[in-house]
Design a protein around this ligand. Structure first.
Ligand code: GTP
Ligand code: MG
Length: 267
């Protein structure tokens, strides 16, 4: 199969402030004991920031597979086992569910054991549920959350337990997204701000992906979705632009099932 082309709309040239943010990450990491990296369980590879491996090489790191409720449970299990084989603890979490978030507190307790006061920093790409997880740990709504990328704008400390403080940080995307697949998948899953991509194009890529796979052939194409959802205009034409927005929302509400785009490599 030929390589998939980049999106026609350029999401890969991400604003310079994201590059600056990655540089600043190194500075911030110096003042914390533990790093909590929140990945998207649907994209555990492309939602990771490779710079962390260099910048936080010597810090204890907890991997959170956020949005696990939207990911394929079988794939999530594979990612947990893969991390384990590579010496890391990965915890699947639904950031909207306090019972689920509690498992992070338990794992943090293990990482922080014997340290006394511990400072942890929550990092990850935009919109993966970092602030939701902090609220879950606090058992109240303290950090602002919303269903769009770029909600948290500044650093903020929260005291979770007498000896545990956690810092919420704005989502950081790598300055250049590695592959065309990762471009549309990060757009679809909500890591990219809506003005950075063409929703119709992203939906088309996803539908083509789904239709190539037996398990996901039930995903409607955009035109069928638009007609079924009443996006027909007078004269029979359909409003694909607004339909694509509704499609993205349905995808992230899990209406097309639990889908994971990436599997760990064997070994
Ligand atoms: N289905 C589902 N939705 C989630 C989960 N975690 C968070 N959300 C929702 O995803 C949206 C983004 O959550 P936030 O907590 O604001 O994400 P964030 O990582 O802090 O985002 P930025 O601050 O923009 O980087 C919100 O609408 C949350 O309710 C999850 O595990 N599953
Ligand atoms: Mg946030």
């Amino acid at each position: 199969m030929p390589d998939e082309p980049s999106l026609r709309t350029t999401v890969q040239h991400y604003p310079g402030h994201m590059a600056t943010a990655t540089r600043k990450l190194g500075e911030r990491l110096k003042i914390v004991d533990v790093v909590i990296e929140v990945l998207d369980a649907r994209l555990p590879r492309s939602s990771a920031n490779p710079a962390l491996d260099r910048l936080a090489a010597h810090k204890p790191r907890l991997i959170v597979l956020g949005c696990e409720d939207l990911a394929d449970p079988h794939a999530t299990r594979e990612w947990v086992e893969w991390n384990e084989r590579n010496g890391r603890t990965a915890i699947p979490v639904n950031g909207r569910d306090q019972g689920s978030v509690k498992r992070i507190a338990a794992a943090l307790g293990v990482l922080a054991a014997g340290r006394g006061a511990t400072r942890a920093m929550v990092v990850g790409i935009p919109n993966t549920g970092k602030s939701s997880i902090i609220n879950g740990l606090l058992r109240r709504t303290a950090a602002k959350t919303a269903d769009k990328a770029g909600v948290t704008r500044s650093l903020q400390w929260f005291r979770i337990q007498p000896k545990l403080e956690v810092m919420d940080t704005p989502g950081i995307l790598v300055p250049k997204i590695a592959t065309p697949e990762a471009q549309w998948q990060l757009a679809l899953t909500g890591a990219l701000p809506r003005e950075r991509f063409d929703a119709e194009e992203v939906v088309e890529r996803f539908v083509a992906w789904a239709h190539e796979r037996h398990a996901h052939r039930n995903v409607p194409d955009l035109e069928a979705f638009a007609r079924a959802r009443g996006f027909a205009r007078r004269g029979g034409e359909v409003d694909l632009h607004n339909a694509a927005g509704a499609f993205l929302k349905d995808f992230n509400d899990g209406k097309f099932g639990r889908i994971t785009f990436e599997r760990p490599e064997a070994g």
